[in-house]
Design a protein around this ligand. Structure first.
Ligand SMILES: Cc1ncc(COP(=O)(O)O)c(C=O)c1O
Length: 389
């Protein structure tokens, strides 16, 4: 056959089409910034937001749509939007529901960068932001003002693990037309039905259990109505919240085992927490499944299982230095942020002095994430570190 195109052109315009009919359990992975249209009519008819077609790689490929659909299904939502991190998912929600002059309420045990985003919006963007006691329940009604547009909730809260009465908060907020956002990362959407308990919009840090191997960052905003999808979709578009195709493929690979990993992590967390409870050095177990934890009654009412992230309080007589020595003596628990992977982690935190909702005299919290190791080995590690403390 006559060679009509030079090699440079040929290798850039690959004309090979593989035979049809290949089937496998692995989701195919599509990469692409440029998305090709068949003709000008199709290009001009594109929609940036619709999941019925494709417009530009930033806004979606078959790979990202597949993960969005899976994450929406886990929460019982209709749509999900992927973001480059859990924190960026939080910022999309803020920008979707707030403008200058509006007011937002954030629980004072929320993931601190969520609170920091609020402080920034309040300092530089003319949005008023107030922090509330996560155990406020229906009392949130007294905090809602004319200009309140968004109430954040986190179930349970970060670090100190209070379980709020989300149905009561949502009912009060909805009566005043206020949108309720939920950070549902602790349960990975598996053991807490955020929409059934009143959330309008749910955020997941996909970095955690969905990623599952501590090797990627991703977030998701999940809604259950077309109108809310459009509302969160616009800031998502405008901010250019794209995700990396390789990371999406990794999450799709991890997702089928997420429930097993989550259940193992949760069951092991109970074995470790039971052991800690029997130790004289330990005062309180801040694990939603334990009665010491504020809001345990809402855990019993609203959850169908447990995750592997919890905190505990040493007896007050232990100083910050002693607790640091305990943490640094651990050998199986890694010292680092995040959770939801296969490895156990431990981090000490000083109780935030700004907290309105903190009623105990303790100043230090230890947060543990229980991974997939044998819990008896983890207990032996905790025991030797307590001896060094
Ligand atoms: C409860 C919660 N929400 C959101 C995030 C943010 O996720 P990312 O690290 O992906 O930004 C985290 C991270 O630790 C978290 O613990």
């Amino acid at each position: 056959m006559k060679k009509t195109l030079s090699i440079e052109t040929q290798i850039n315009h690959n004309s090979y089409t593989p035979p049809e009919g290949f089937r496998s359990y692995a989701e195919p992975m599509y990469r692409g910034s440029t998305v090709l249209f068949k003709n000008l009519g199709e290009l001009r008819a594109r929609s940036w937001l619709s999941r019925e077609g494709y417009s530009y790689g930033l806004h979606g490929t078959p790979t990202t749509y597949t993960l969005e659909a899976q994450l929406a299904a886990i929460e019982g939502g209709s749509h999900a939007l992927l973001t480059p991190s859990g924190l960026s998912a939080i910022s999309v929600v803020d920008l979707a529901f707030l403008k200058t002059g509006d007011d937002m309420l954030i629980p004072d045990d929320a993931y601190n960068p969520n609170q920091e985003m609020g402080r920034w919006l309040s300092r530089d963007f003319g949005i008023s932001v107030r922090f509330y006691d996560p155990m406020v329940g229906a009392g949130i009604a007294d905090l809602i003002q004319e200009n309140t547009k968004l109430v954040w909730t986190e179930v349970p809260g970060s670090i100190t693990m209070e379980v709020p009465d989300l149905p009561a908060i949502s009912k009060a907020a909805h009566e005043k037309g206020v949108v309720v956002a939920l950070d549902n990362t602790w349960s990975a959407g598996l053991v807490y039905d955020g929409f059934a308990h009143g959330a309008d919009v749910i955020v997941q840090a996909v970095t955690k259990y969905q990623g599952g191997a501590s090797d990627l960052l991703m977030g998701a905003v999940i809604v259950k109505e077309q109108a809310l999808f459009e509302q969160v979709g616009m800031p998502h578009l405008r901010l250019g919240m794209g995700v990396n195709a390789d990371d999406v493929a990794r999450v799709l690979r991890s997702l089928p085992t997420m429930k097993l990993r989550f259940e193992k992590s949760g069951a092991s967390s109970r074995i470790v927490a039971d052991w800690l409870k029997g130790r004289p050095e330990v005062d309180k177990i801040l694990h939603p499944a334990y009665p010491d934890c504020p809001g345990h009654e809402f855990y019993k009412r609203d959850f169908t299982g447990t995750g592997g992230l919890f905190s505990f309080l040493f007896d007050e007589k232990y100083t910050g230095e002693q607790i640091d020595r305990f943490i640094e003596s651990l050998t199986l628990f890694g010292l680092g942020f995040s959770w939801g992977g296969t490895h156990s982690l431990a981090v000490p935190y000083a109780i935030n002095e700004r907290r309105i909702g903190w009623k105990l005299p303790h100043k230090h919290v230890v947060r543990l994430y229980i991974g997939l190791e044998d819990p008896q080995d983890l207990i032996a590690d905790l025991e030797q570190a307590m001896q060094k403390m």
